[in-house]
Design a protein around this ligand. Structure first.
Ligand code: SPV
Ligand code: MN
Length: 625
């Protein structure tokens, strides 16, 4: 029987000892005893170790080189292309319950199950132990996080996406206040993808500040630092009065002005979060996960928890996403996942270029017209295919991206995929109303999670998949956070996905720039607005001018009218859906106050105008701030 001594040589043992942390030793030894790797490799922050992981991913076949020397390609299994919500569960101590929306399993039986699955899972493979810091190093945002994995692809991705934290761990001085993640891809086939998908499990241990994940490779399931750490951080934040959110951070730069206004924005997966943060002319700090804290000066400060982007590649083309498209064609380090490879080049859906009729993709050898075992046509690349890049070489990275104090946030945006209800942009009437708008976010499902697409679902703060505390507690935390701030960010709601009667989008992808610039102007009191039951909307003359100046586009009165019509009946129906959806649980009093106030405003409006759809021009008479 393999012993720790056989797995761990002197050099690696000393790398553990250097950290002077008993908990780390204990965890590594316990997991190695269960998973039985052929070798334990402790990786520090050195270039040598980073290079080692990159090469290991290539030599063990989890990644392959593309024509461009710094580009590699990785495939996840055909049925491992999104987050597995069904098998992601919170371990719950006996006799405890959290909330209906949280998928749970009794802790002892859950641990027993996953330990059994993890048994021998790393046989013949190397156990890689890697140390990171969530948030800027040595800051009030920093959380240390250790990743144990047998996948060099996972370790390689995390090297690109997170800040190295081996030295930061040393500063913990033997404390166990860190997150840790154990992952095994499990048995692999000849394509080096996980075989035992039926035994895919992601179990979250809140008290232990750890997540165990097995039989998967797709990053949303396997990379501890990403959505697994987000869940642990939400738990921590809700006990410590700060926020851990599924948000971007960007610097907004109005035309012909020198100021920068920082925005955070929460959008469900595949609903425009990255592309908002990448709007031409603006600067990006992060595109996925943000911690927000009340700073000493009473302002809201936010920091990016990551240092890279794991972005959806579909529809990245020179017209819609020029910055990313250019980057993907540069010599910077990139991992492409689940795209088509032909002759050493990557191809994906919506790249705006002719693609070959044959190649290799997530289904193996691919040809146009190929069908899977269920009879479905296999597209050339998966809709949830991704690119993994570091932020530092992006031309639009914000100069304060690594600031230890984060940046002061002046606006928060909530947006969902909604074809028929919300206007493209509205400013909430107050912080509490904004929290209510975030809490009532709905969105049509996308390919970022496994399951049916296009179904309208509730998506509070675009964070529901990751909220591991009761919604009452989570929403209360938001309300309280606003009260404690000396100056509150202004909350806006957006909707990029309105459609006409024929199912065509009413807006082009570029239009989001106009909404964001209008919101930025509102932060600085530069525009008047029209008050509606769902918040303040732009005046035609202002938004048309923004379209002209920033996009060189004539925004017609007809477009404005169609997009900013207040769809009273749909909004009332939404309000009822929200009420029904949350009826199973008790929410904070402020939520109910906002909901009934909104209901009253909608009903009063309906009475006053006596119709279902009210043109903004009918409201344009008496603009108020
Ligand atoms: C998302 O789905 O929200 C993502 C990608 O950012 S994943 O890593 O799957 O979470
Ligand atoms: Mn995300």
């Amino acid at each position: 029987m393999l012993k720790i001594n056989d797995m761990l040589d002197k050099k690696n043992y000393l790398k553990i000892k250097y950290l002077e942390n008993e908990s780390i030793e204990k965890i590594i030894f316990e997991m190695a005893t269960i998973c039985k790797p052929e070798k334990i490799l402790i990786l520090n922050d050195s270039d040598e170790d980073t290079e080692f992981v990159r090469n290991l991913a290539l030599s063990n076949g989890e990644e392959r080189k593309l024509k461009n020397q710094n580009h590699t390609i990785h495939y996840d299994g055909y049925d491992d292309q999104g987050r597995d919500k069904q098998h992601t569960r919170v371990l719950l101590p006996k006799g405890k319950s959290i909330s209906k929306h949280i998928n749970t399993i009794e802790k002892q039986s859950g641990l027993k199950e996953i330990y059994k699955i993890l048994e021998n899972s790393m046989m013949g493979k190397k156990m890689l132990v890697r140390f990171f810091c969530l948030g800027p190093l040595d800051s009030k945002f920093s959380i240390s996080a250790m990743q144990i994995t047998d996948s060099a692809y996972v370790a390689h991705s995390e090297n690109i996406l997170y800040r190295s934290g081996y030295e930061q761990f040393k500063k913990l001085k033997n404390k166990n206040n860190f997150f840790h993640f154990v992952h095994s891809a499990g048995a692999l086939n000849e394509a080096k993808t996980s075989i035992n998908i039926d035994k895919r499990r992601i179990y979250i241990d809140l008290e232990g500040n750890r997540v165990l994940s097995v039989n998967n490779q797709y990053a949303g399931n396997s990379l501890g630092l990403k959505k697994l750490a987000l869940r642990l951080a939400i738990h921590k934040a809700n006990n410590e009065n700060w926020l851990s959110e599924h948000m971007f951070i960007m610097g907004v730069h109005p035309e012909n002005k020198t100021r920068t206004t920082y925005f955070c924005g929460a959008f469900p997966s595949a609903c425009g979060k990255t592309s908002t943060a990448m709007i031409p002319g603006q600067t990006i700090i992060g595109d996925d996960i943000v911690y927000l804290k009340i700073w000493e000066n009473g302002e809201c400060h936010a920091a990016n928890i990551e240092s890279g982007i794991f972005g959806i590649i579909k529809d990245v083309n020179p017209k819609d996403d020029p910055v990313i498209y250019k980057y993907l064609n540069s010599s910077n380090e990139i991992i492409f996942s689940n795209v088509l490879e032909s002759d050493g080049s990557p191809y994906w859906l919506g790249m705006g270029k002719k693609h070959p009729q044959i190649g290799i993709n997530h289904s193996g050898k691919w040809f146009e017209g190929k069908r899977d075992s269920r009879g479905n046509l296999i597209p050339l690349s998966h809709k949830n295919a991704r690119y993994t890049i570091n932020l530092k070489n992006l031309e639009n990275v914000d100069p304060f991206a690594e600031n230890k104090d984060g940046v002061p946030v002046k606006a928060i945006v909530y947006g969902g995929r909604d074809s028929d209800t919300n206007v493209p942009i509205a400013q909430s009437l107050s912080w509490n109303h904004g929290v209510f708008l975030g809490a009532s976010l709905e969105s049509e499902t996308t390919s970022a999670t496994i399951g049916e697409e296009g179904k309208r679902k509730h998506s509070p703060m675009a964070n529901l998949d990751f909220i591991v505390v009761p919604l009452n507690k989570y929403f209360s935390n938001h309300f309280k956070f606003g009260i404690a701030l000396k100056s509150q960010p202004i909350i806006f709601s957006t909707n990029y996905f309105l459609k006409n009667e024929n199912g065509d989008f009413l807006n082009s992808k570029k239009d989001k720039k106009a909404w964001i610039l209008w919101a930025e102007g509102r932060v600085h009191n530069e525009y008047k607005a029209i008050k509606t039951p769902v918040g303040f909307i732009p005046l035609y003359k202002d938004i048309a001018k923004i379209f002209k100046n920033s996009l060189n586009k004539e925004y017609t009165r007809q477009e404005y009218e169609k997009q900013f019509t207040i769809r009273i009946d749909n909004l009332i129906a939404k309000n009822i859906r929200i009420q029904n959806y949350f009826s199973y649980t008790k929410l904070p009093e402020q939520f109910y106050q906002e909901q009934s106030a909104q209901e009253k405003r909608l009903n009063d409006f309906k009475k006053q105008y006596n119709k279902n759809n009210i043109s903004p021009f009918e409201l344009d008479v008496n603009p108020k701030l």
